[in-house]
Design a protein around this ligand. Sequence first.
Ligand code: ACO
Length: 338
Amino acid sequence: MTKLRSRVIGMGSFLPPRVVTNEDLAQLMDTSDEWIVQRTGIRERRWVEGVTSTSDLALQASRRALDSAGLDAEDLDMIFLATLSPDHFFPGSAVFLQTKLGLAGIPAIDVRQQCTGFVYALSMADQYIRTGSAHRILVVGAEVHSKGLDKSTRGRDVTVLFGDGAGAVVIEATKVETPRSDAHLLSTHLFTDGAFAEELWVPAVSTAFDEEIVDQRMLDRGDQYPKMNGRQVFVNAVKRMPEAVETALEHNGYEVADVDLFVFHQANLRINEAVAQRLGAAPEKVFNTIDKYANTTAATIPIGLDEAVRAGRLQPGMLVALAAFGSGFTWGSALLRW
Ligand code: ACO
């Protein structure tokens, strides 16, 4: 029986040109290249300059994704933009991206699921395609972290981990007749446990603390900067990401060995090595970009897909597994026949 499914028909990424090495960070705070590389695998990251915003990065990645699909922006039915570093408190950044693409009218939706944002956005977009409500959707992950990091020694545990960047895919409805071989998104699997919300968060600006969303006490405490319980994140990420991949494989009747490429969220190289080990996946099947770009949160997976295609590591016909874990805690997976 023919089924209506999504398939990726274009992808693109954009990294701002300014490279910030670990040595550069050591000029700003008490840290070292050795500490960062040993614990995270990160060697450098990109930071925007001047007034560049999250929707600016999203625009560049989106244009490249549209170009690679051979489409114009007018061919889109919807936009999903996943980010935890929006242009403004409201409205969402997807509306700014929409205008910058020269569009009006179609729905433009923000997804606020942090490191798992792209997997959530892809899942939501897929539901619209499956029901026949939309034919072509742009799904973007974009972040400007550098403007929201504590660049003093106080913030070093978090600041060294993050970078700026954007990635985008265009998905299109396709009729799948032979599920084992036709290119399509097989399934997505989403999870949340809000009990861990404060283990990795930016407390302010906030409606939860006081009578104003921001005041001097919040700023003095540094509540506008990310706070992280690194150990909790590590322990949960290495448990939840393999679980999510196994759920996706089981759902579709595949084994770990059937997967040709794993494109995981890039939080930390040690996390991804531990995830591969728990799954029993061959390390060479895991595509990592963290050494060059650090953690770009919602952008890591679409950047990874784009780079894997460019590097010839992701070829038509391959089975690719995506998995992410992050603030919320949220986590999820997706399985695609490329
Ligand atoms: N440079 C130098 N020293 C540092 C730095 C730094 N950037 N940051 C922390 N330290 C110090 C700490 O102050 C501590 O010093 P102390 O022993 O004198 O108190 C020491 O280094 C050791 O700190 P630990 O937290 O014990 O180091 P650990 O080996 O646990 O590694 C890390 C920390 C890398 C954050 C680890 O917990 C981890 O990988 N956690 C996962 C977090 C993560 O990847 N988050 C990404 C964002 S979330 C996501 O995307 C899912």
